[in-house]
Design a protein around this ligand. Sequence first.
Ligand SMILES: Cc1ncc(COP(=O)(O)O)c(C=O)c1O
Length: 459
Amino acid sequence: MDVKTQHTAAVGAVSPAKAAEVAALERCPIMGSYGAPSVMFVKGQGSRLWDSFGRQYLDFLSGLAVTSLGHAHPQVAQAIAEQAAKLSHVSNLFATEHNGDVALAIDRLLGGGGQVFFCNSGAEANEAAIKLARRWAGHGRFGVICAFRSFHGRTLATLRATGQPEKHEPFVPLPEGFRHVPYGDLEELERAADETTAAVLLEPILGEGGVLEPPAGFLQAVREFCDERQLLLIFDEVQTGFARTGNWFAHQYDGVQPDVVTMAKALGNGMPIGACWARAEVAAAFRPGDHATTFGGQPLATAAAKAVLAVMEEMDAPAVARQKGALLRDKLESFEAVSQVRGRGLLLASELSPEALCEGKITAAQVAARCLQAGQEGSGQDKAGQGRVGQNGTSEERLGLVVNAVTPTAIRWAPPLVVSEDEITQAVELFQTALKVEQELAAASPASPSGPASPGQSN
Ligand SMILES: Cc1ncc(COP(=O)(O)O)c(C=O)c1O
């Protein structure tokens, strides 16, 4: 059931204010590029979310690996509020208070010796990296080698860099100069390079591609190849950066020193901010006027980022992600329906076995949607109301779970680093129950892969 239908179904039971909300929602002139949402969230606290009906959810998606410090983190919220009351924007024609501190912190976490360009999103960070690579390499060297199954963004160049040809097709012609090779295949990567190549662009863990780690030694070997051929090595850490995988940056597991690193998501804990870091000699290729953005590094975003980095350093965020990730992994691995757990720290994917998915009758997206629905009292199907009921047995305490299907057979787990051990236990229980409900429904209607609307599409 989409959010409009759900509101409409529930409208008789809610206040006039809610009825007005329904009416407003139905008039919304929002483009259909995301599909119909099934829930409207209005409040968050730590690992919890509340929808517009007051129903509660455990958030194990963190807005696609963004709110790593949880919702409404007090220090981050305070930094944003104070900055909003002081100065929110002047443009990059002028210096502002925090971007030097944030740039210094990013540079320190990456080992030093670099410079930072601020922008507003992951795609923009990658656009900056691609332009920088072309500027650095000079005319005639513009090529970028990327991986199949990668995801780098939705702007024209980053879409072209994204290794999912089916996403390109409706938008051709796309910018030239991008080649794709299987992730982890060094020989193919070497073959793809020629005199026009400027850079190799890789995610140190394929996030949207299914949370796939690089084969041992691959990133190191790519580094050596880039050195031999004088190519830039760019790591896209938009999803993996800032402790999520149990290191400040996921490439640090491999002990490889990149030339350029892009980042976004967790840096602002929800405030839109991205960044492209480059070794100083590479960064020097950009001259005044080569690249710019009106909002990049504006004070609200950098105030949030400064607070995020301070909190993360204080709590030793990489250690927290490793410790809680190990617990979540253990729980998922001990569930017999899960055939494999991939990823690192608190960026994991649980692959559901063919038997668990009733040999293709169920998809991971349906399981994710069922997890979400677990919190939705009165959602229309008795079996779907399997959410946890609180101690006093009230429906208000039913708990849903926000996760998403990163592939048709795998669920992605990216809870905030502030998640508690009890919440990890609850989330895995909710997942198990949701899968069981889907299996029972599939058994009852053998012909049709049925289920609630899917929150599987992420990017
Ligand atoms: C690895 C990676 N790069 C780039 C992007 C694009 O980021 P944004 O959606 O902020 O443009 C994403 C988004 O999921 C991502 O996971």
